[in-house]
Design a protein around this ligand. Structure first.
Ligand SMILES: C[S@@+](CC[C@H](N)C(=O)[O-])C[C@H]1O[C@@H](n2cnc3c(N)ncnc32)[C@H](O)[C@@H]1O
Length: 163
């Protein structure tokens, strides 16, 4: 049976602390912007310790939060209890999501694509589980480059292109 776990105990402990530091320095605003206005069924890929959860509006019918690291997943389950939306936290990988074709109206992927061994495969899989009119919200730290500038962050929510 293929594994759905990614065990990174040191990263999990570090990120649980560091993600709160980042939120205090403004990332919390990106989290709120990323999920505001969402509705219907949402899949969050690589949910980490669940810091997006409190921002989901009540218009969201339910969130399937997929997180492969067991310690982060346990913290995410605690965070889910304080959310306004109904959130189920499960194990799984972006490259092999535990979901049917077209099951979700929106996908949320924040600071995850740079963690994936094959981001293109992850994006293809996300597109598979989205309904034809579904949207994909992504927040990322881009690689330094002439257009991006060092460590610029991007945040967008838009229809997931089918082509
Ligand atoms: C930098 S953290 C971001 C966590 C969270 N999305 C946030 O906004 O704080 C990257 C996350 O991606 C997860 N991850 C790593 N490999 C993954 C994979 N193949 N599929 C899904 N998630 C993965 C990690 O366990 C971690 O939770």
């Amino acid at each position: 049976m293929p594994t759905t776990e990614v065990s990174h105990p040191l990263f999990a402990r570090f990120y649980t602390w560091f993600s709160h530091v980042l939120d205090r320095h403004g990332i919390i605003g990106q989290r709120a912007a990323l999920v505001s206005g969402l509705s219907g069924r949402v899949i969050e890929v690589g949910a980490g310790n669940g810091l997006n959860f409190i921002h989901y509006p009540p218009s969201v019918a339910g969130v399937l939060a997929v997180e492969p690291e067991p310690r982060l997943r346990a913290t995410a389950r605690q965070a889910a209890r304080g959310a306004r939306a109904r959130i189920e936290v499960v194990g799984g990988l972006a490259e092999r999501l535990p979901a049917a074709d077209g099951e979700f109206d929106a996908a949320v992927v924040s600071f995850v694509l740079c963690s994936l061994p094959d981001p293109v495969a992850g994006l293809r899989e996300i597109r598979r589980v989205l309904a034809p009119a579904g949207g994909c919200g992504s927040s990322n730290t881009s690689a330094p480059g002439p257009r991006a500038g060092p460590g610029r962050r991007t945040c967008s929510t838009r229809p997931c292109g089918r082509d």
